[in-house]
Design a protein around this ligand. Structure first.
Ligand SMILES: C[S@@+](CC[C@H](N)C(=O)[O-])C[C@H]1O[C@@H](n2cnc3c(N)ncnc32)[C@H](O)[C@@H]1O
Length: 256
């Protein structure tokens, strides 16, 4: 799909339909028909799905350098993070984009967060934006080929990155590669937190592989764009994001 088609889409309404289109490997027609609520970047995911080009992200961050958090801000996941991770943990942020998650975690007391992204553009922007925060390290790196030694992190956080790998060509193989790498760099009993729009039937088959023997549990979070009063039931897939708590050995409830 060419970028022009995405840019031409109205940008105000119905993220859910775009997400479903992304999940189902949408055709150009699926996405163009959407009237969006607020989220140009969800359309960007559709574009990535359809183009399969990682250079899409460089282009996106060049045109839109303002901080943006996919799905949830830190406030939305803070309780889950607190239950699974400790402030002194050595944390790996996978596919950081220009999210404020790492700076919010730093503000909350975390002391060491290494942020990687495939986009050179966004990494350069984040190095410049956070040059006064030495506890935040920024490196251009492919999550499928991590350049870190085995067992170097206590925790890895992924908000939207596994979802983006689920799009392009070779999705299953790419997700498996990233999971293998995350498993390799996590310390024993380390945790991998995946924040995703994907329901368990589309995600657990990747996360519960025997290759990395994680203990996986699932939590849901209300989507912030929808008021609490509008959510009658958190099992309604359209009203929630999913958090996959993957513990390397042990049980996913451990930590904190
Ligand atoms: C949906 S955005 C999420 C950004 C951010 N985590 C957030 O929550 O706002 C996905 C991010 O993953 C990055 N990404 C995609 N494939 C990647 C890969 N193979 N390795 C590292 N980063 C990747 C993209 O550049 C993009 O910044």
């Amino acid at each position: 799909m060419d970028k022009g088609a995405i840019e031409g889409v109205g940008v105000k309404d119905d993220i859910t339909r775009v997400e479903q289109a992304v999940n189902n490997r949408a055709t150009k027609e699926d996405v163009v028909g959407v009237k969006t609520r607020q989220d140009k970047l969800t359309l960007a995911a559709a574009a990535l799905c359809l183009s399969g080009k990682v250079s899409y992200w460089d282009d996106r961050y060049t045109k839109d350098p303002e901080p943006f958090d996919w799905y949830q801000r830190y406030s939305g996941i803070k309780d889950l993070v607190a239950a699974q991770m400790k402030h002194e943990d050595n944390v790996l942020m996978l596919g950081c984009g220009n999210s404020r998650l790492s700076e919010d975690m730093l503000e909350d007391g975390f002391t060491s967060i290494t942020n990687i992204d495939i986009s050179r553009v966004v990494i350069d922007q984040m190095i410049e934006r956070h040059k006064d925060k030495p506890a935040l390290v920024w490196q251009r790196m492919n999550a499928m080929a991590l350049e870190y030694p085995d067992e170097s992190f206590d925790a890895a956080v992924d908000k939207g990155t596994l979802d983006s790998l689920m799009c392009g060509e070779g999705a299953s193989a790419n997700v498996a590669k990233m999971c293998m790498e995350v498993s390799r760099v996590l310390k024993p009993n380390g945790v991998y937190l995946v924040i995703s729009y994907g329901a368990p039937d589309s995600r657990l088959k990747y996360l519960q592989s025997d290759d990395y023997s994680w203990t996986v549990s699932v939590a849901t979070l209300p989507k912030p764009a929808i008021s609490a009063a509008a959510i009658p039931d958190t099992k309604d897939a359209s009203a929630v994001h999913y958090v996959y708590l993957c513990r390397k050995g042990g049980t996913a409830e451990e930590g904190g």
